[in-house]
Design a protein around this ligand. Structure first.
Ligand SMILES: Cc1cc2nc3c(=O)[nH]c(=O)nc-3n(C[C@H](O)[C@H](O)[C@H](O)COP(=O)(O)OP(=O)(O)OC[C@H]3O[C@@H](n4cnc5c(N)ncnc54)[C@H](O)[C@@H]3O)c2cc1C
Length: 427
C-alpha cells in the first residue's frame, strides 16, 4: 500500500515525504527505555536518550505521527494551553516564569533539531493572536504588557490598521504579534524526528499497540505479539491512550478538533491573504486558526467536538467559518478536511511527571503541544539521565480528575463548553 494511504486522509498525509513502515513487535525485546507513542513527545524523548547512548524502543499503535502530531494546525506557540495567568494562579509567579522560560527553550530546541537533522518541515516565523471582541482585545493588551515586562518576552501590539497590512480580513480588532513563535508542517516534523531517532539507533515498532504495562523494578510493556522489558517506561500516548495507567486517563479528556485545506489558490492569491506568512489564531474558546501552506493553500482550523462525535457537515461548516474571516474566498472549495484529538486537562495546564520511580509520562497539552511536547520529551530524558529538577518543576502543577467519572464527564464537559462558547458570542 502507498505509505500515505496508511494515514488518515489529510493534506499533510498527501504532501509529506513518507517513511517505510517499521516492523511489528514480535517476541521479547530488551531495552534501557521503552516509550509508548511515536508522536512528538515520544520521538523527542527517544532521540535525546539515544543520542546519550541509551538503548531505546518506541511502540506505536498505528504509524509514526499518526496521532495529533501528524494532524495539528502546525502553530508552534511559546507558552502553554492554560495561559500564563492561570499558571501563576496554580504555582505562583516564580515557577510560572521558569516554565515559560523553558517553553522558550523548547522553541529553540525545536528549531535546533530542524537545523541539525535537516528536517524539511517549512518552518516560518511569526504568530498573531487576534481578538474579535473588545473583552478579548483588553485581555491581549494585558498579555502584551505582561510578556514585555514580567516575562521579558518581546511581543508587539498591532492596531487594527497594522494588522490589516498583513492580514486581508476585517474581522479582527488588532493583534498580539509574536515574532518568535511560528508554524511548520506537522507530519514532516514528526517524520523528520523519527528519521533522526532511527539514525541514532532507536528501534520503532509500528502497528504495535501496548495493551498493558506491568510496573516493577523492570517494567514490561505487552503487545499482541510481543513484550518489551526495560529499566524505564515512558507514557507518551496522548489523547487516545487508554487503560495503561487509569490514574492518568482520569485527568485528561479527548476533544475533537478539525482542519480544512483549500484547493491551491495560486501564489499571488495566497500571499494576498497573509502577506507576512505568519500563523493566526483568534482567542475564542472554540477558536479559528489558520496559515498558508507551501503549495499556496489556506489551512483553516476550527470547530471542536466535546462529545466525541464529529460535527455534522464538517466541510460545509468549515467553509462557512473560513468565509467569515475571508469573504473573498467565497468561490474557493475545501479539498481536504480532517480531525484529531487534543488531550485537555481540567485546568488546561501541562501534566508531566512520573507514576513510579521508573515510569514517566507527559500529557495534558490542551491543544498547545507543538513546542511543549518536545520540551516534555527533553525533560523526561533529563530525568532518566538523573537530572530531574526541571521535570519536577512541572510535576508540582496540581491536577485533578475530570468530575463525573467515566459516565458523566463528557456530558458535563459539553455543558461547560457550551457556556464558554455562549460567552464568546455575547461579549
Ligand atoms: C487537529 C489538531 C490541531 C492542533 N493544532 C495545534 C497547533 O496548531 N499548535 C499546537 O501547539 N498544538 C496543536 N495541537 C496539539 C498537538 O498536536 C499535540 O499536543 C501534540 O501533537 C501531542 O503530541 P504527543 O506526542 O503527545 O501525542 P500524539 O502525537 O497524539 O502521539 C501519541 C501516539 O501514541 C500512540 N498510541 C496511543 N495509544 C497507544 C498504545 N496503547 N500503544 C502504542 N501507541 C499508542 C498514538 O497512535 C499516537 O501516534 C493540535 C491537535 C490536533 C488534533
Amino acid at each position: 500500500m502507498n505509505a500515505q494511504n496508511t494515514y488518515p486522509p489529510s493534506w499533510y498525509a498527501a504532501s509529506a515525504t513518507h517513511l517505510a513502515e517499521q516492523p511489528v513487535l514480535q517476541g521479547r525485546v530488551d531495552a534501557d527505555v521503552c516509550i509508548l507513542g511515536a508522536g512528538y513527545t515520544g520521538l523527542s524523548a527517544a532521540l535525546e536518550l539515544a543520542e546519550a547512548g541509551y538503548r531505546v524502543v518506541v511502540l506505536e499503535a498505528e504509524r509514526i505521527g499518526w496521532g495529533a502530531s501528524g494532524r495539528n494546525g502546525g502553530q508552534a506557540i511559546v507558552g502553554f494551553g492554560c495561559g500564563e495567568t492561570a499558571l501563576e494562579s496554580l504555582v505562583g509567579f516564580d515557577d510560572a516564569r521558569r516554565m515559560f522560560d523553558l517553553s522558550r527553550e523548547g522553541l529553540q530546541w525545536l528549531q535546533a533539531r530542524i537545523r541539525k537533522h535537516g528536517i524539511a518541515c517549512d518552518w516560518r516565523d511569526g504568530h498573531a493572536s487576534v481578538p474579535i471582541k473588545p473583552r478579548q482585545q483588553r485581555e491581549l493588551l494585558a498579555m502584551v504588557e505582561d510578556a514585555n515586562t514580567r516575562y521579558d518576552y518581546p511581543v508587539q501590539w498591532w492596531s487594527r490598521e497594522q494588522l490589516r497590512e498583513q492580514l486581508a480580513s476585517d474581522r479582527y480588532l488588532g493583534a498580539l504579534y509574536d515574532p518568535h513563535s511560528g508554524h511548520l508542517h506537522p507530519l514532516e516534523y514528526a517524520l523528520g524526528l523519527a528519521r533522526a531517532a532511527l539514525a541514532a539507533g532507536v528501534r520503532i515498532f509500528e502497528h504495535s499497540k501496548a495493551t498493558a504495562l506491568v510496573r516493577g523494578d523492570k517494567p514490561v510493556f505487552r503487545t499482541a505479539q510481543g513484550e518489551v522489558h526495560c529499566d524505564f517506561a515512558v507514557l507518551a500516548g496522548n489523547a487516545l491512550v487508554h487503560g495503561i495507567a487509569p490514574e492518568l486517563d482520569a485527568k485528561i479528556m479527548p476533544v475533537g478538533t478539525y482542519i480544512g485545506a483549500t484547493v491551491p489558490l495560486g501564489e499571488e492569491r495566497a500571499q494576498a491573504l497573509i502577506r507576512n506568512d505568519m500563523a493566526v489564531a483568534d482567542t475564542n474558546w472554540a477558536l479559528d486558526y489558520f496559515r498558508r501552506s507551501r503549495d499556496h493553500r489556506l489551512l483553516f482550523g476550527g470547530r471542536a467536538s466535546y462529545s466525541r462525535l464529529a460535527p455534522p457537515d464538517l466541510r460545509g461548516g468549515m467553509a462557512r467559518r473560513m468565509r467569515q474571516v475571508f469573504p473573498q474566498l467565497a468561490d474557493v472549495e475545501i479539498e481536504y478536511v480532517w480531525g484529531g484529538y487534543i488531550d485537555i486537562s481540567l485546568n488546561r495546564a501541562p501534566h508531566f511527571g512520573r507514576l513510579t520511580p521508573n515510569v514517566y509520562f507527559a500529557q495534558g497539552f490542551s491543544g498547545h503541544g507543538v513546542i511543549a511536547t518536545g520540551l516534555a520529551g527533553k525533560l523526561i530524558s533529563e530525568a532518566i539521565r538523573g537530572q530531574s529538577e526541571r521535570l519536577d518543576l512541572f510535576a508540582r502543577i496540581p491536577h485533578r480528575p475530570f468530575p463525573g467519572g467515566r459516565a458523566l464527564r463528557t456530558p458535563m464537559l459539553v455543558a461547560a463548553m457550551a457556556w464558554f462558547k455562549l460567552r464568546d458570542a455575547l461579549w
